[in-house]
Ligand binder design. Structure first.
Ligand code: ADP
Length: 194
């Protein structure tokens, strides 16, 4: 009998993209769990740093409260360090990064020798986003901070979508639908990747 070594499933390097309130965090959790790979949420990393009172936490606390973006250099080095950890060898789900063109360019470099990267953008109507965020109870979900985060998204982050779109490297999904339906659509894209 001829035995063949099991074919290792290609690693899943997934970037979930979308405005605040698009459901990236929830979807990233689900996909990460199903594929047994880490979710890398830059928002979670920053909030944890603030809670722990670390040096990084101290330096970003006020920025998070305002709904502004943390500087690119710090974000890129945080993500670089996180991607160097061995648990990302079979892949990862990135949630909240890249949020600027310099971050997207840096990510290209960080992932250059990792095989294919799948970028999925969740598109959600602005009124749906506002109503979802208003129901959450996070510190930066006050109405005026939500407005600032949406303005920052339009100004700094939406161009990243165009950056990927130009390269034909992004799948755009309707994030207005119920969460389970969105998860299944993401899975379908993931299954047909590469
Ligand atoms: P949401 O997508 O719901 O706004 P996140 O948890 O992704 O929330 O991010 C919360 C905050 O963390 C952002 O408003 C920003 O201040 C900071 N942040 C997260 N990721 C980045 C990033 N890639 N670049 C700069 N700032 C970031």
């Amino acid at each position: 009998m001829v035995r063949t070594a099991p074919v290792a499933e290609a690693s899943l390097n997934l970037v979930l993209f979308g405005p605040p309130g698009a459901g990236k965090g929830t979807q990233a959790d689900r996909i990460a769990q199903r594929h047994n790979i880490p979710k890398i949420s830059t928002g979670d990393m920053l909030r944890k740093a603030v809670q722990e009172g670390s040096h990084v936490g101290e330096s970003v606390r006020e920025t998070l409260q305002r709904g502004a973006l943390v500087g690119d250099d710090l974000m890129i080095s945080l993500v670089r360090e996180r991607l160097e950890r061995p648990d990302t060898a079979q892949g990862f789900v990135l949630d909240g990064f890249p949020r600027t063109i310099p971050q997207a360019a840096a990510l290209d470099g960080l992932l250059a020798d990792r095989g294919a990267v799948t970028v999925i953008a969740l598109v959600v109507h602005t009124d749906e986003v506002i109503s979802r965020l208003a129901k959450r109870k996070r510190d930066d979900d006050e109405a005026y901070v939500i407005r600032e985060r949406l303005a920052v998204y339009a100004r700094e982050t939406e161009p990243v979508l165009e950056y990927y779109r130009r390269r034909g490297a992004v799948t755009i999904l309707d994030g207005n639908r119920p969460m389970d339906a969105v998860t299944e659509t993401i899975e379908a894209v993931v299954r047909t990747r590469g």
